[in-house]
Design a binder for this molecule. Structure first.
Ligand code: ADP
Ligand code: MG
Length: 477
C-alpha cells in the first residue's frame, strides 16, 4: 500500500463590492426583483458596447498589492465561449492569457505551522445570470440581475496538502477581502464561492496525480467535507487498481458525497480569444501609486503591532484583526487608556463578541460604543467597579443606558474601597462565625474562602475583594 499525498488547488470567485457592474452602469444590489437590474449591455442587446468599470480594476489592484503580487499594467479581456441560458451573449468576458494580477502569496497558519501558499493569478471577469426553478412549472425562469457583476477569480498554486490547509487558506482569503473592503464576503448570497481541485499521488512521486474539480462549494464546512470525501474516494479507487479520471464533480451536502457532473470528454472548449470590443486594460504608474498609498495597514502588520504596542497575546490580536471594524473598535476604545489594552481586548473578544454573536449583529451595531466601553473600563481600573458589578453595568449599557456613572449610582454598585467600612463588616463576620474562626486557627485553611464569601455577601458584592482578603488575613493572624 502506498503512502498517499493529497494535492489541492483552489479557485475562488470573489464578488467585488462595486456599486455598478463591470461593463455597464446597472446596479449590483443583491435580492432585487428579477431582471430589474439588467440593462441593455447585461442582456446583450445588439449594438451595445461594454465599458470597463475602473473601480473593479482598482479593487483587483488593492488585492494584488495586499498579497505581494505582480500587477500587470497591461492586461487583456478575452471571450470565454459557451452556451447556457443564463449567459445572454453566449460568452463570458474574462481574462485569460494576461490577467491583471499574477504571482502572489498568502500565508496560512494551521496548528501553529506557518505555510506560504502561492497564488498563480487573480483575474477580472463578469458573473452570469441565474436560472430560477422555484415557482415555475414546466419552465425555467432566467434572472439576469447578477449578469455582469464583477468577479475576481483567485487561483492558487497546487500548494495545499490537507483539507485543514484548504479551509485555513479560504478563511484567510475571506477575511482579507473583507478587510480590504473589496467584497462583502456573504457566502449565502454567493459573494465568495470556491471550486476545489483535488488529486492524490504516492508521496514519493514528483508528478501530480489526475485531479477532479468540485464546483461551487459555498461554506467552509462543506469545503472541508467535500475535500475529505474526495480524497478518500480517490485513494480507494487507486488502491483497488483503478484510476482517477479528470472530471468536474458536484458536492451533495445532504448525502455528504461528491458526484460526477461532467467528464473530460464533455469538457467545454471555450475558444478563448481577445474581446475586440474592449481595449487592453492599461494601468498607469500614477494609478498604481495612488492605490498603493490608499492601502490600509494590512492585517498581519496590524496584528504584529497590537502584540508589540499593546502587549496582547498573538491569539487575542489575531481575533481582533480578523474583522477590520473590530480592530478599529479596539483602537478607538484604547485611544484614551492605552494601559488598559488587555482589558479592552478581553471585553471585545469576550462579552461583546458573545452578545453580538447571540443576536446576530456586527460590531457596528454594538449598543456599547468605544466611548462607553472605555468609560466602563476606567471605572474598573480605578477600583469603582469589580468584575461582577462591571458586568451588571455593561448589561445596562447594552440595554440602552448611556451614562456609566449614572448607572453605577442608580444601581448602588460603587465598590467599597473605604477600608474602615470594610473592616467593620469583617469584624461583624468574625464575631458572627466564631466556630469557623476556631476551625481556621486550628489549621483548616479552607474556611478562609467561606469567611471571604460572608464578607462579600454582607457588602452585597461591593467590597473590594483584594482588601477583604488582606484585612481578613491580618485579623486571623
Ligand atoms: P484549468 O485551466 O482547468 O482551470 P488550471 O491549470 O487553471 O486549470 O488550474 C486550476 C486549479 O487546479 C489551480 O488552482 C491549480 O493549482 C489546480 N491544480 C492543477 N493541477 C492540479 C492537480 N494535479 N491536483 C490538484 N490541483 C491541481
Ligand atoms: Mg481555471
Amino acid at each position: 500500500m502506498s503512502d498517499w499525498e493529497t494535492v489541492i488547488g483552489l479557485e475562488v470567485h470573489v464578488q467585488l463590492k462595486t456599486a455598478s457592474k463591470i461593463f455597464s452602469g446597472a446596479a449590483t444590489d443583491y435580492g432585487s426583483e428579477p431582471n430589474t437590474q439588467a440593462c441593455a449591455v447585461d442582456i446583450a442587446l445588439p449594438g451595445v458596447l461594454p465599458v470597463m468599470n475602473q473601480e473593479a480594476a482598482r479593487m483587483a489592484v488593492v488585492f494584488g498589492l495586499a498579497i505581494g503580487a505582480k500587477i500587470n499594467q497591461r492586461s487583456i479581456f478575452a471571450r470565454k465561449n459557451y452556451f447556457y441560458p443564463d449567459l445572454p451573449k453566449g460568452y463570458q468576458i474574462s481574462q485569460y492569457e494576461l490577467p491583471i494580477v499574477a504571482q502572489g502569496q498568502l500565508e496560512i497558519n494551521v496548528d501553529g505551522q506557518l505555510r506560504s501558499i502561492g497564488i498563480t493569478r487573480a483575474h477580472l471577469e463578469e458573473d452570469a445570470g441565474k436560472s430560477v426553478h422555484e415557482g415555475f412549472q414546466g419552465a425555467t425562469g432566467i434572472d439576469l440581475n447578477r449578469a455582469g457583476t464583477p468577479l475576481l477569480e483567485i487561483v492558487s498554486e497546487p500548494d495545499l496538502r490537507t483539507s485543514a490547509e484548504a479551509v485555513a487558506y479560504l478563511k484567510k482569503l475571506h477575511s482579507l477581502v473583507r478587510y480590504l473592503g473589496i467584497c462583502d464576503g456573504n457566502m449565502q448570497e454567493g459573494s465568495f464561492r470556491c471550486d476545489a481541485n483535488i488529486s492524490v499521488k504516492p508521496r514519493s512521486s514528483s508528478t501530480l496525480g489526475t485531479r477532479a474539480e468540485i464546483k461551487n462549494i459555498n461554506s467552509f464546512r462543506f469545503v472541508e467535507r467535500a475535500i475529505t470525501f474526495e480524497i478518500e474516494r480517490q485513494i480507494d479507487l487507486l488502491e483497488e487498481g483503478g484510476s482517477v479520471i479528470q472530471e468536474t464533480r458536484l458536492y451533495d451536502a445532504d448525502r455528504d458525497e461528491t458526484r460526477s457532473m461532467r467528464g473530460k470528454e464533455e469538457a467545454h472548449d471555450y475558444r478563448y480569444f481577445p474581446d475586440p470590443d474592449l481595449p487592453p486594460l492599461l494601468l498607469s504608474d500614477q494609478f498604481l501609486d495612488q492605490v498603493a498609498a490608499s492601502l490600509p495597514e494590512l492585517p498581519e502588520a496590524r496584528c504584529a503591532r497590537f502584540v508589540s504596542e499593546y502587549k496582547l497575546d498573538p491569539g487575542e490580536a489575531t481575533k481582533l484583526v480578523d474583522d477590520r471594524a473590530v480592530a478599529d473598535f479596539f483602537e478607538a476604545t484604547v485611544k484614551d487608556s492605552p494601559k488598559e489594552a488587555k482589558r479592552v481586548a478581553n471585553w471585545i473578544n469576550g462579552e461583546i463578541a458573545a452578545r453580538l454573536n447571540r443576536q446576530n449583529l456586527t460590531i457596528s451595531d454594538s449598543p456599547v460604543t468605544p466611548d462607553l466601553l472605555s468609560k466602563l473600563i476606567q471605572r474598573i481600573a480605578d477600583g469603582t467597579l469589580s468584575g461582577n458589578t462591571a458586568k451588571e453595568v455593561f448589561s445596562a449599557l447594552w440595554e440602552g443606558e448611556r451614562d456609566v456613572d449614572q448607572v453605577i449610582d442608580d444601581k448602588g454598585l460603587k465598590q467599597i474601597t473605604d477600608s474602615g467600612a470594610i473592616e467593620s463588616i469583617v469584624d461583624e463576620v468574625l464575631n458572627g462565625f466564631v466556630d469557623q474562626v476556631e476551625q481556621y486557627k486550628s489549621g483548616n485553611t479552607k474556611v478562609f474562602g467561606f469567611l471571604v464569601g460572608q464578607v462579600m455577601k454582607r457588602s452585597q458584592g461591593k467590597a473590594n475583594p483584594k482588601q477583604v482578603n488582606e484585612l481578613l488575613r491580618n485579623k486571623l493572624g
